[in-house]
Design a protein. Structure first.
Length: 234
């Protein structure tokens, strides 16, 4: 492999490999490898697991208000094949790959191939230097995607928005009060209201408690002037 390409890749990931063979392997597609065991496929498998671990840990540490479901949505978006491929293309990894003659040019690579080189490089960094350099590289590359996904979740998660404001500005945590429920067991509706520091906000009905709490939080945000009133949910 061209030493200049190795140097370029090491500058890109900000990690100097003790074992340059790992870096070479990470950039080797099966189309040019003598056997698939001598391609980046095994490193891709390892890197995928490390990528998921780092993203999950980052979300857990940074976002104490997110429930498992929201964290799962964000993780799935951030580690998706599409995002990994975009990162590989944007940072120039695709142009450094070793490809067989039948493969298209770097700018025309299938999404799966581009995503795989990003994950395999993560695996190579981990094996060469451990978790910390792998974490630094991952967060440097996926950080903006995490922020975007968090923004999307928070725009939709009124309970999260209300909790953040309440804790920051009011030094309190919202309390959700179940006021009423109607209907048969298989099709109940619930009425919920939010209380913050003894202040009660307009109640809301929902087909389940989570839905009612979200709508109650939305109405509280409107009452607090933090959200435009676009009409109550039906």
């Amino acid at each position: 492999m061209d030493p200049a390409a190795i140097d370029q890749c090491q500058r890109l990931v900000q990690h100097e490999f003790g074992d340059a063979g790992l870096l070479k392997l990470a950039l080797t597609h099966s189309s040019i490898a003598p056997t698939r065991l001598e391609s980046n496929e095994r490193l891709e498998f390892l890197g995928d697991a490390i990528l998921g671990l780092v993203v999950c840990e980052e979300l857990y540490r940074r976002q104490s208000d997110l429930m498992e479901g929201d964290m799962t949505k964000i993780k799935s978006a951030v580690v998706s094949r599409q995002v990994c491929a975009e990162i590989a293309e944007d940072c120039g990894l695709c142009s450094l790959m070793r490809l067989g003659k039948g493969m298209p040019a770097a700018d025309g690579l299938p999404q799966s191939v581009a995503a795989a080189v990003f994950e395999s490089l993560i695996g190579a960094i981990y094996l060469d230097g451990g978790l910390e350099p792998a974490r630094r590289f991952i967060l440097q590359q996926v950080g903006p995607h995490i922020e975007q996904a968090l923004g999307d979740i928070h725009q939709q998660n009124y309970k999260s928005m209300l909790q953040q404001h309440s804790q920051r500005a009011l030094d309190s945590t919202p309390e959700y009060l179940l006021l009423d429920e109607k209907g048969p067991d298989h099709s109940k509706c619930f009425e919920v209201a939010v209380s913050i520091n003894g202040r009660h906000f307009p109640s809301a009905w929902g087909m389940n408690k989570k839905e009612a709490e979200q709508e109650a939080a939305r109405r509280a945000l409107i009452e607090l002037g933090l959200l435009a009133d676009e009409g109550a949910a039906q």
